[in-house]
Write a protein that binds this ligand. Sequence first.
Ligand code: SF4
Ligand code: SF4
Length: 67
Amino acid sequence: MIELNDDKCMHCGACVGACPANAIYLNEVILDFNDDCTDCGLCVRACPVGALSLIRTRGLKVPAVTA
Ligand code: SF4
Ligand code: SF4
C-alpha cells in the first residue's frame, strides 16, 4: 500500500500521471488511492518531493479482531 506524507505533497499530479492502474485521485485538497493499486511503486518514483512511500504489507501478521 502507498502512504502519503501530507506535509510534503504539493498536489502537482505527477503521481496520478505515473500510475498505470488509475489508482490515484487528486483534487485541490485530497490525494487518495483506490483498491486498484498493485504496489508497483511508479508513483513513489514519480513524486519530485518524496511524499509517497511504498509500505510492504504482504507477510505481516494481522492482529486478530476482537469483539
Ligand atoms: S503503487 Fe503503482 S498502482 Fe499503486 S498508486 Fe502507485 S503507481 Fe498506482
Ligand atoms: S507526485 Fe508527490 S507532490 Fe505530486 S501530487 Fe503526487 S504525492 Fe503530491
